[in-house]
Design a protein around this ligand. Structure first.
Ligand SMILES: Cc1ncc(COP(=O)(O)O)c(C=O)c1O
Length: 365
């Protein structure tokens, strides 16, 4: 049988290995000059026009961003239920309550109309997720936030380089988090990068990252150790020089899939949006799980379901929101299937993915 096509594949080359070796030889392993350089280069590379703070994971970046923005017990933050658990966990960890909004059918991202229906006097902010690498409807979301005096926290974990009407994701909200987990569009091994609008929020983030200290033994707040190491930053700095090429490859792969797939709904791209295809997600209205299993068995093609169990159904949040209040979330959770789109795919891989999906979709029809 043909070789397995994995749903994701981290790309680590000689340059990353050499960068790690350079740091190891320097003897300076913990947070230091590599982290500082990575923060500056990341902000510059993606044209964010604001400061960036590096941390040890995307999740801690969101948690610290929320704490630094003043989110606390008694507050509500509106989040999509159709996302990875870290989005909602980071809110809950501050003591605030995640309030689940529905998504829109077209982009799988949080629905502005649903956001408006969830606003109460306790709402402090909105956390849109640029899901799969497609920007959320930031123009409408920023207008709702402004009208209601709310903050916006972007979950850009999957969206390095995505933009809307020329504005990069990560340049809209009070802060934005980019994950650097190995399967993301670029990685540092583990890690997170947070872009921050306001200098005081940035200062607090740096304090929380380092036990509450800017100056040693002059602790100002109760903090964590969520520092990024120089080893991880060195990997991330190299990946920054490669990510644009990988994004183009993802977009070319997505274009081929969208041109050739039949019998399934391919992912649309909104006017003015740049989609960076962290995932290429189709909708399979009938028997998605069966199609995924047959793709693997008959064509040796891997795929992913992000996310078959929406957050409002997870144990920590169960009972907070009725399924019937989140109809598009429930539909997407049953239908979504992410096909390989990563930059390592060959033309033969792409053709096998298309052949597999088209054959199986036709057989099921
Ligand atoms: C949408 C979303 N939010 C948050 C995270 C958390 O990022 P990390 O895994 O780097 O903590 C991820 C990635 O795993 C994600 O996909």
């Amino acid at each position: 049988m043909n070789e397995f096509i994995p749903p994701a594949k981290p790309l680590i080359g000689d340059e990353e290995r050499a960068a790690v070796d350079r740091v190891l030889r320097s003897g300076m392993l913990a947070q230091g000059p590599e982290v500082k350089a990575f923060e500056e280069e990341f902000a510059e590379h993606f044209g964010l026009g604001r400061a960036c703070v590096a941390v040890n994971s995307g999740t801690s970046g969101q948690h610290l961003g929320l704490l630094s923005s003043g989110v606390t017990a008694g507050d509500e933050v509106i989040v999509p239920s159709f996302t990875f658990a870290a989005t909602c966990n980071s809110v809950a960890l501050t003591g605030a309550t995640p309030v689940f909004a529905d998504i829109d059918a077209d982009d799988f991202c949080i629905s502005p109309a649903s956001i408006e229906s969830r606003i109460t006097e306790k709402t402090k902010g909105i956390m849109p997720v640029h899901l799969y690498g497609h920007p959320a409807k930031m123009d409408q979301i920023m207008a709702i936030a402004q009208k209601n005096g709310l903050q916006v926290y972007e979950d850009a974990a999957q969206a390095h380089g995505a933009s809307l009407n020329g504005t990069p994701v990560g340049a809209f909200g009070t802060f934005a988090m980019f994950s650097l987990y190995p399967t993301k569009n670029m990685t540092s091994g583990e890690g997170g990068m947070v872009s921050v609008e306001d200098a005081e929020v940035e200062r607090l983030m740096r304090l929380y990252r380092n036990q509450g200290m800017e100056k040693q033994y002059h602790n100002e707040v109760v903090g964590f150790n969520t520092r990024m190491t120089d080893i991880h930053a060195a990997i991330g700095r190299v990946q920054l020089t490669k990510v644009d090429g990988w994004t183009t490859a993802r977009q070319d792969n997505a274009a081929f899939l969208s041109e050739n797939l039949e019998g399934v709904t391919t992912p649309p791209v909104a006017d003015g949006a740049v989609h960076v295809y962290h995932q290429y997600t189709i909708r399979v209205p009938e028997d998605r799980d069966g199609l995924a299993a047959a793709l693997k068995e008959q064509f040796n093609v891997g795929s992913g379901m992000f996310y078959p169990v929406p957050n409002h159904q997870l144990k920590p949040f169960a009972g907070t929101t009725a399924d019937s209040d989140l109809p598009e979330t429930m539909k997407a959770a049953a239908e979504c299937l992410s096909l390989p789109v990563h930059p390592s795919l060959t033309q033969a891989d792409l053709e096998r993915i298309v052949e597999g999906v088209n054959t199986l979709a036709k057989a099921g029809a």
